[in-house]
Ligand binder design. Structure first.
Ligand SMILES: *Cc1c(COP(=O)(O)O)cnc(C)c1O
Length: 571
């Protein structure tokens, strides 16, 4: 019966039917359907009806989801996604078969030993346990000297992408003294450290001004960009839960969004929809539009993103946010004070990205990047307390007393906020404007030289800020990265597409000529090598990107993390 009914619906009527005949056919079909439903109703028990309704709503839910995603990503991309997803799971299972599992384990074990060899580089000094008798101050500093002298990536020479954003002796000195003054401060106890409370409020206020927050603007300090992003997602989720009664939460963000958003989605059980890039390598707005639905509780754009240093189309995202009344977070963790001072430094404006756009409801800014504050310092800002209040943790029931905490941590190192405050008032508008000019001009030189003098490399998109990324269709870019490593340069490796990037810092400014020379030489050398030779990074990314071996890369990353906590290499 059911089969006949569906067959009737599915098969198209012959073309020759006129309107009257079509109407009759439609009526017949409707009749058939109602007969079928009534029939079903009378021949099944209440239990069966309830069961089938639940199954039906489940299936319909799934179907709607599939249709929605296919609509958003397009048919071709959806099929590709499905294929990649199934193939990955299939190969992951295959690698767990007994005979392959052993082989994988031995490969991973080999990689582990290599990792340990390169990471566990020890000084003469070593304490695996608390020493029985305390050392004298002089001895402690001798040990610290030993530990500081281990050969490492040369950040002082500006050879490291990002990582250390300032590194000037004067500032390090200032920060250490500021830390010293407030070494025991804890923001959990504002009564004991009122000065720290004031400085924290002022740091947030200063940064709000830089991002053109309205008078209702507010925020908190955090331990870093990751915590700022976690809080932005948490606040959006709690807002949607309380105000819209949602129980499922979806985030929409370009695929170039920082990994901390993946982390937030995992920690807070939110679903993250990754948007493909358009021809300019920024988030495809049409896809964002199509992915928005009633569970969407946050849109995200980056200004700029980490991989390519490109600014998403925040104006369009803002329009969508306003239209659908959804919060929009702009990740300026990396943009930091470089994007904030751009207008002052160059007397020309970027496309709007901050609170001046009405849809932008929160912004994260890492003061420990281009704000040059000590590491462990970032700001999460909101348009008003109607957003911020949802990141707070409040408990009135704890046996330990009434408890409230504004961020993820409980106790917080007040001295770090003091370090940020001291740095900002020491630098001033003038200091930051000059730093912005130096950094941006250096990034432009890198971009221009690659564009004009190194035809083997291709700049990704139109980077306006401090990060420049490039790929190549002529040589293996990760091999190039490893080759530059021999000259001491540490550029970041990217994937999809394979590329390298450099985040220019104050330390890169005096080193840029040297980098450009070394880059040209390295490109020539790698181009001449034949394609069969490979390198560590090229191999690693090869493993990670292959459907067959992708799951092995997970294991390698876990090994890497394990190694961080080893005092001795494994035997
Ligand atoms: C650095 C960065 C972050 C946060 O990183 P942390 O290491 O946690 O400070 C977030 N977004 C972007 C774009 C970044 O570059």
């Amino acid at each position: 019966m059911a089969l006949k009914y569906f067959a009737n619906i599915l098969f198209l009527p012959p073309m020759s039917l006129d309107i009257g005949e079509l109407a009759a056919l439609a009526q017949a079909k409707t009749q058939l359907a109602s007969v079928w439903v009534l029939n079903y109703y009378h021949t099944h028990s209440t239990y069966e009806l309830a069961r089938d309704l639940i199954i039906l709503s489940y299936v319909l839910g799934w179907l709607t989801n599939i249709l929605r995603l296919t609509y958003a990503y397009g048919l071709w991309r959806s099929i590709k996604n499905l294929y990649r997803y199934t193939a990955k799971r299939f190969y992951k299972k295959t690698l767990e078969l007994p005979f392959l599992k052993k082989k994988v384990a031995s490969e991973v074990d080999h990689a582990k030993h290599e990792l340990e060899k390169s990471l566990i580089v020890k000084a003469k000094t070593s304490f695996n346990e608390v020493p029985e008798f305390g050392l004298t101050e002089k001895e402690v500093f001798q040990k610290l000297e030993d530990l500081n002298n281990i050969a490492a990536a040369n950040w002082k020479g500006g050879k490291l992408s990002g990582a250390v954003y300032h590194g000037g002796d004067e500032l390090i000195d200032l920060q250490s003294k500021a830390y010293h003054k407030f070494a025991v401060a804890n923001q959990l106890h504002p009564d004991a450290f009122p000065g720290v409370r004031q400085m924290e409020a002022e740091v947030v206020s200063m940064v709000l001004k830089l991002f053109n927050a309205p008078s209702t603007g507010c925020g908190t300090t955090t331990s870093g960009g990751t915590e700022s992003l976690l809080l932005a997602c948490l606040a959006a989720r709690e807002k949607a839960r309380h105000e819209r009664g949602l129980s499922e939460f979806e985030i929409i963000a370009p695929k170039t969004v920082h990994a901390a958003i993946f982390k937030a989605a995992l920690y807070f059980k939110m679903k993250l929809h990754l948007v493909d890039l358009d021809e300019n390598y920024i988030g495809n707005i049409t896809q964002v539009k199509r992915l928005i639905n009633r569970n969407t509780c946050l849109l995200i754009g980056s200004a700029p993103n980490f991989p390519h240093g490109l600014v998403d189309n925040i104006e369009e995202l803002s329009k969508l946010a306003v239209k659908h009344n959804i919060p929009l977070h702009v990740d300026c963790c990396l943009g930091s004070f470089v994007i904030a001072y751009y207008e002052k430094a160059f007397q020309s404006s970027l496309k709007p990205f901050d609170f001046r756009l009405p849809g932008v409801t929160s912004i994260s800014c890492d003061t420990h990047k281009y704000g040059f504050a000590p590491k462990g310092s970032s700001i999460i800002m909101y348009r008003s307390n109607e957003y911020r209040k949802y990141q707070y943790f409040v408990s009135t029931e704890w046996v330990g007393g009434l408890y409230g905490s504004p961020t993820l941590a409980g106790s917080r190192p007040g001295a770090l906020t003091v370090g940020a405050w001291a740095t900002m008032v020491y630098m001033g508008d003038d200091g930051y404007t000059r730093a912005c000019q130096d950094i941006i001009l250096t990034a432009r030189r890198l971009r221009q030289t690659v564009d004009e003098e190194i035809p083997e490399l291709e700049i990704i998109g139109d980077p306006q800020l401090s990060v420049v990324s490039f790929k190549s269709s002529k040589l293996n870019i990760h091999k190039l990265g490893d080759r530059l490593g021999k000259d001491g340069w540490h550029l970041s490796a990217l994937q999809d597409p394979p590329a390298l990037h450099l985040a220019v810092t104050k330390l890169t400014v005096p080193a840029i000529d040297r980098l450009l020379e070394d880059l040209k030489v390295a490109v020539k050398e790698v181009s001449l090598e034949d394609n069969t030779t490979t390198s560590d990074t090229a191999q690693l990314y090869g493993v990670a990107n292959s459907l067959q071996t992708g799951s092995v890369a997970d294991k390698l990353i876990t090994c890497f993390l394990d190694t961080l906590y080893k005092t001795e290499p494994s035997t």
